[in-house]
Ligand binder design. Sequence first.
Ligand code: NAD
Length: 651
Amino acid sequence: MSTVTLTREGHIGVIMINNPPINATSHSVREGIVDALDQIDADPVINVAILICAGKTFIAGADVSEFGQPPKAPILPNVIKCLEASTKPVIAAIHGHALGGGLEVALGCHYRIADKSAKLGLPEVNLGLIPGAGGTVRLPRLVPVHDAISMITSGKPVSSTKANEIGLIDAICHGALLDAAKDFAQTIQKLDLPVPLIAREPVKAPSADEWDSITTTTIKKARGQVAPVVAIDAIRTGIDEDAQTGLTFERQKFVELRDSDQSKALRHIFFAERSVGKLPEIDGVAPNTIREVGVIGGGIMGAGIATASLLAGFNVTIIERNDEACANGRATVEKHLSGSVKRGLITQDRFDQLLAAFSTSTDYAALRNADLVVEAVFEDMNVKHDVFGKLSLHCKADAVLASNTSYLDINEIAAKCVNPGRVIGLHFFSPAHIMKLLEVVHTDKANAKSLATAFAFGRALGKIAVPCGVCDGFIGNRIMSAYRKHCEYMLEDGALPHQIDDAMVEFGFPMGLFAMQDMAGLEISWATRKRLAPFRDPAERYVALGDYLCEMGRFGKKNGLGWYRYDETGKAQPAPEVDTLVIAESEKKGITRRSFSHDEIIHTILTAMRNEGDKIVAEGVARSPDAIDVVMVNGYGFPRHKGGPMYLTRN
Ligand code: NAD
């Protein structure tokens, strides 16, 4: 069946694209649109055309199977030129997503209308690219330039409400889209053909000073990623020079970026994220239906997990130790949800509905109908056993029971439960209602149904769920422990904390290891080290600097002193007294300090990550090197445009 059909309804020609699943701009679609436009042009009866898509969405991107193939005419920029050159007005009728080439097609049309739930965006930067079919030139001629810059450099789509506000669409439709498009066609068919975007002036172009500040902010935000900065150049060229020069420049940069290392790395992580949760053993296994979610513990993690579950539409009950702890848990959840209202993610009405779906209790009997429970109590095996004992007693036999433990052995937790096949790990990252990563820990006895349910839950929460086996620290914390050890060795061998952190930030991490430790608080890992001290191999090199800091009462950012000192605004300054402590420790151990270049620091960190990653894959804890990349990019700040430690250090 053809992917593009043209039907005539009176004076209206309806170009229908049907190229599931995302109506990508495949060759047949490009060709089909041009053919349909030729027919419309030649047909004296048709005086207006509607371009609309079948299925769940408008055109939501390019055809990935064509990546790396030589371009086949008509290429997308020329299809868009044909749309713009049409002698009859074309209305893009958008539902679902109009993304990338999809939005560029819509920009080639004379009018755009969209369903109220539609999203429109130019997400190319996420793949290390810029729009390649006129997006950087046409968008700032339709919406204010600063909105165009924000959409193109962030890659984030906008809602149809926002699109309507900024003039990206001409109307929001309620009800059936095609009917609305036909009504709209009646209102415009007698009007003069609008001036094509390419021939218009930019909307509110920035001054030279504003451009400078936009460029500086973009460079800072991009943290080494090239595409957003090139996007600014492209937008500016199309404005400062002329549209045609802009189009040529954009295409040239698009082609250059497509072949760049950054784009290859970003494509790697994009596909890795989409394949990492596809497990053969749960293929075709129906997950349990989840309506009621229980969360044990309403502390930092529990409240975040409860918030994420509420936002995903589940009824949620937090179980806490006493009424005061329940009230604290409730207050944190309310604070998180208010944050979502403030950021415009949910309405006040939705906030009220979510709170109505939320309860707290000190009685486990409140979980009798729970379909899935996540435990997030203190990191102590005895407390965990106690909790899972109560869950075994009070929950339905097939309720999936998950632990959010960071380091404890979930097999041991499962062993004491009734029906251990339903016990799994769901390792969230803080803040749990924001961080995308979720490690789904496969215990030895976990059955396929529980795993399938855990992955379905992760998907419902909008998380990237990565399967992993039981081990100390799972994937992410284990890799972090390994490279932390080598960073500590570097301290004793001659580096200073802020030098290591500076090298990491320069590489593209949002912050360095020591600043991150200060933020998390130093006393928790201190307690763990003290607990594990009796089991430590005395022959293994041990760096005690973190212990000294805690003994001095330096617990990190929360009390203003850690590896750094913090001013009243919370800004970190290198602490000379810590440098002195580090240097004294080298002396004490008889180590001659030497200097470390940023390159050597990064090489040491990457090698440590790679070596531990290889072990994790060999042990089957991670199913592939890709899983490690996904974890490190989404949970540990590894720069996305470098693809992850395994990808970057591949042979
Ligand atoms: P937290 O101290 O902030 O919260 C723990 C909560 O559990 C407290 O509110 C406490 O009152 C409650 N609690 C303790 N015993 C209980 C019981 N028997 N019944 C009901 N409630 C009980 O701790 P947290 O940081 O939220 O960590 C919770 C778990 O999540 C730990 O296992 C931790 O290792 C893990 N984790 C923490 C992080 C993090 O960044 N904080 C990240 C991933 C995983």
